[in-house]
Design a protein around this ligand. Sequence first.
Ligand SMILES: C[S@@+](CC[C@H](N)C(=O)[O-])C[C@H]1O[C@@H](n2cnc3c(N)ncnc32)[C@H](O)[C@@H]1O
Length: 198
Amino acid sequence: MAERKYEEMLNIRTTGLREWRNETHYHRYEATPYKALDELFKVYKLQKDDEVVDFGCGRGRVSFYIHNRFKIPVTGVEVNDQTFDEALDNKRSYRYLASDIEAPIRFNFALAEQFEIEETDTVFYFFNPFSVDIFKQVVHNILKSVEENERSIDLILYYPTGSYKRFMADHTPFKLINKVRVPDAQDKKEKFLVYRLA
Ligand SMILES: C[S@@+](CC[C@H](N)C(=O)[O-])C[C@H]1O[C@@H](n2cnc3c(N)ncnc32)[C@H](O)[C@@H]1O
């Protein structure tokens, strides 16, 4: 389905970019393309007891897409206040049409590196939201949460950078279980890497 059709179906506005000013660690807002999400979920299935966290959720596209398609709880974490307000506006318009889905969809205004992970959170999504230094802190928090409450978890990277991949391979117990390419992508980074800690 075309981007515009998806936006209409979900009743949200998530297109466009937003740059940070004078910020090196936090990356700009840009949404994961819908056609990439379609490709990922052709081969990767979320289970009914999964709960997803989108670190750096922006205007919430991935959160709404997953909530609508899988009807499971989703939490978006965003620290740009303007972008966060847009996610809340989207939640109002989305919920106007999707009031029948019982699972919660939540947005938290927070730094990803300070976000408290719930023991029920099982899938963690990242579209290149911040520097690898912040990514390391977030992964550390995820691993600590698993140590405290043992469970199988997945971590999904879209547009993975070399530094994220090296960190995952060399310094974490995660296993790479899937690579999903976006058809006709010009840029080699336009793909998903799915890691599992079982
Ligand atoms: C590339 S966008 C991804 C948006 C969304 N996840 C998607 O895939 O459609 C990255 C987002 O991360 C946010 N961000 C950057 N650093 C952050 C941090 N430390 N904590 C929370 N959000 C952050 C940015 O403001 C931006 O909206």
